[in-house]
Design a binder for this molecule. Sequence first.
Ligand SMILES: [Fe+2]
Length: 377
Amino acid sequence: MRILIVDDNPDSRIILRKTLESDGYTVIDASNGAEALKVARELLPDMIISDILMPVMDGFQLCRECKSDERLRDIPFIFYSAAYTDKKDEEFGLSMGAERFILKPMNPFCFLEIIENILKEYEKETVPRVNIAGGKDEGVFLREYNERLIMQLEKKVADLEESNKALSRSEGELKDLFESFVRTMVNALDAKSRWTRGHSERVAAYSEQIAAEIGLDGKEIKNLRLAALLHDIGKIGLRDYLLDKESPLTDEEFEAAKKHAVLGAEILEDIKQLKHITPSIRHHHERIDGKGYPDGLKGDEINLYARILHVADSFDSMTADRPYRRAPGVKYAVSEFRKHAGRQFEPRLVKAFLRVLSRKYHVTDIDKAVRSGGRKD
Ligand SMILES: [Fe+2]
């Protein structure tokens, strides 16, 4: 006698299989109703024992399908489940034509007795069994059938692994493409003027140091680095002379140059992968006292990345030459940070950056510079 057991829980299938095999039954199994229906149509089992709650097709639906299939309707159908304990559920199951509704778990001896009695009843009532192996040995046929199923399963697993590998490859390629895009944007900005060359990369490095000092996690530092690399990208849209002018900008020219913050955010706003950093690009020139640009935001209204970028960006401006002046230098920058902490810069970030600089340069040199009132070195 071959019995089809249907259960989405592999452990339950193993227990049931062992119980039935110990009594001499041949067991075929399926992990959901849809799979069971396919197997039942192919192998015409002598009994179906099914769980109820399963993915794809549940036990009730499987019973309904079997009882409406001419070739399957006479196969005794047993519900074996722990999911439903209400009498109404049992009545519902039996009303579909199921023979029994057995609650899990049941003593194996009682269970086997019930199975045996039902099968005996059916043997009396039904026509002789069909040999599903076309007259050959059914044991051999079922073994081969199981082997075929296992091979199909192994092939599906191998195909899935291959698709996963292809997906990882595409993800890697997409990541490379994105990184190349950012690099190209930064290179384009660097190529625009020798005075902007390397600025983005340096601001990114300072921003990362501040972020690490205040304890941001790796993901945040990565996002901040991206924002820093692209923070001045709007300068691509400025006239070259504004970047290369060998004397300080006039008020009018300065107003034009200030537009790079908004322009940068606009250039990137359609790129979904950069949505989370465009506000920091727009606001990297805001001051915490509200006197910055473009929106005059104050304190916490300015997002953290933008506040960090402002410190890092200002440091690089004060330590890099401009076409119209030599770099004021590190000591000057430190004294400016101290002077403007709480007005232009967030004090917590200034302190963090000064700790970074103290480790990088000699603490005493910096302190001396600050004591001397921030004179240019
Ligand atoms: Fe800027």
